[in-house]
Design a protein around this ligand. Structure first.
Ligand code: AMP
Ligand code: MG
Length: 479
């Protein structure tokens, strides 16, 4: 499909006017393409020549509107670092409409009703980070929003220093957040809250549409999807950094990439967001915080669903829904095809061992994927091989109970444990080059992100231990 043939729908605008603010994009000066993502383009049937079509840049910049497009920012509220903020919303994003199941949105397109005191813009740096990481997460099989392309410009914005502004076009099957429900609940707008729930069911859970018990079942699905998302974050070693309820997707997607990080050395208490002084959103806290966030969602829904039923589901989240999802993710990482009693304990022992061994998280699992009884390779990558050795004794016992061959196990593990993840130091190299107008590394990393399980000899250095000076550093929220 060509851009001129796109026909967008805007079902969200059928909701009450309080749900959104109609926006006028404020174009950037001298926009140029940084990267076009063909994979995401295929989802909406865009042909690969789109990259060379000047209207693509214009579409991201707001000077070309596809047919049917109407720009709007969505309102929401949210609990930020534990405190309720009744007035958030898309402060710098503008939705264009929906193509098939994909809601297209530009981020960094200028001020909206919800910008509060901020400028509605996004820095090149943070835009490249979101663009690359959302694609990397997708190719690792983690539920996430996607990114279609990114443009840079000569428009200057003030952050800790003067930077150039960029715009990313993001795509998601839903942009509704836990905080969207909170917004209407705390304003006591229960009719609008119900309309929102019906919208979410139509958009995200259409199989529940005619179900009399659909609101409760919607809540259950959100709980289960959140469990799967968090389990996959914990498995891969992803730290989101700002798990406020406005950054929690009702579809259980990873959204709003800010100061995120992939773990370098496995540190349970690692905090990627350096403004998070107490580690509320540290890597190890993510499961607890997801429970807390789901509780906040439940507190916004009593006009639709009985509190007792929601509480029962939340209790289940803590006792088995999340723990089972996590152990399942880890079983796959360990190449265990059978589900046996004691697997949870094996995983717990592994977490302690990884922490004590000071070992690179990605490298450990990839090396383990080649494990055949010879432990040298694993000793070599750990600071404390004795800890690794003790855990491997447990692992050996468990492997003996498996019925599939070593080779089958290894093959499955090599398709589960990536050779490459986008660590922050790698993205930083792309950003530093971009600051000198060299965007080649963005496409290079996009390519690596698309092939996380492949052996790519030319990028071998990115598969190793993170250089010491870059390990587990914190990032600022300012973007
Ligand atoms: P975040 O936690 O980064 O997802 O953002 C929290 C809120 O701040 C959201 O409502 C954003 O839209 C808004 N926001 C962040 N940066 C800006 C900006 N530069 N201009 C306007 N709003 C912003
Ligand atoms: Mg956000």
């Amino acid at each position: 499909m060509k851009l001129q043939d796109i026909q967008l729908q805007t079902p969200y605008l059928e909701l009450d006017a309080e749900f959104y603010d109609l926006t006028e994009p404020e174009p950037l000066d001298e926009p140029y393409l940084i990267s076009f993502n063909e994979d995401a383009g295929k989802l909406i049937n865009l042909d690969s020549q789109t990259k060379d079509n000047p209207d693509f840049i214009a579409m991201l910049n707001g000077t070309f509107s596809p047919k049917g497009a109407r720009n709007f920012a969505m309102c929401y509220a949210g609990h930020q670092f534990g405190n309720y903020n009744p007035w958030l919303g898309d402060g710098r994003a503008s939705n264009l409409g929906k193509l098939g199941s994909w809601n297209l949105q530009v981020k960094g397109s200028g001020e909206t009703l919800y910008s509060r005191m901020a400028d509605g813009r996004a820095a090149v740096r943070s835009s490249i980070r979101e663009y690359l990481m959302s694609e990397a997460m997708h190719h690792l099989g983690i539920p996430t929003t996607r990114a279609l392309g990114i443009i840079g410009s000569k428009t200057k914005i003030m952050r800790t220093k003067t930077e150039n502004a960029a715009i990313v076009m993001r795509m998601s099957t839903s942009w509704v957040r836990f905080g969207t429900f909170e917004y209407f609940h705390y304003r006591k707008e229960h009719v609008k809250l119900k309309a929102l729930a019906e919208y979410v069911i139509a958009e995200s859970f259409p199989h529940l549409k005619d179900d009399e018990d659909r609101f409760y079942k919607m809540f259950c699905e959100v709980v289960e999807r959140t469990a799967n998302m968090i389990a996959s974050w914990q498995g891969i070693g992803f730290n989101h950094g700002v798990m406020n309820t406005d950054n929690m997707s009702i579809e259980g997607l990873t959204i709003d990439y800010g100061p995120f990080a992939m773990l370098d050395d496995f540190r349970y208490g690692y905090i990627c967001n350096h403004t998070d002084s107490i580690g509320r959103y540290s890597y190890g806290q993510q499961p607890n915080i997801s429970y807390w966030n789901l509780t906040k969602l439940s507190e916004a829904l009593p006009s639709l669903i009985s509190k007792e039923r929601m509480q029962k589901k939340l209790d289940d989240y803590g006792t088995f829904i999340y723990p089972d999802a996590y152990v399942e993710v880890m079983r796959k990482k360990l190449g265990l095809s059978l589900s046996l009693d004691g697997d949870g304990e094996l995983v717990e022992a592994l977490v302690v061992a990884l922490h004590d061994a000071y070992v690179d998280n990605t490298l450990f699992f990839r090396t383990l994927s080649h494990y055949y009884g010879n432990r040298e390779a694993l000793y070599d990558i750990a600071m404390d091989p004795v800890v690794v050795d003790n855990w491997l004794k447990l692992y050996d016992v468990r492997l003996k109970k498996e019925t599939r061959s070593q080779e089958e196990r290894q093959n499955a593990m090599l398709r589960t444990n990536p050779k490459y993840v986008l660590k922050n130091y790698m993205i930083q190299i792309a950003i530093e080059k971009a600051e000198k107008d060299d965007y080649s590394m963005v496409d290079t990393l996009l390519n690596i992100a698309r092939n996380p399980y492949e052996e790519l000899p030319e990028f071998e250095s990115f598969a190793g231990d993170t250089p010491e000076e870059y390990k587990n550093i914190g990032l600022s929220c300012s973007s």
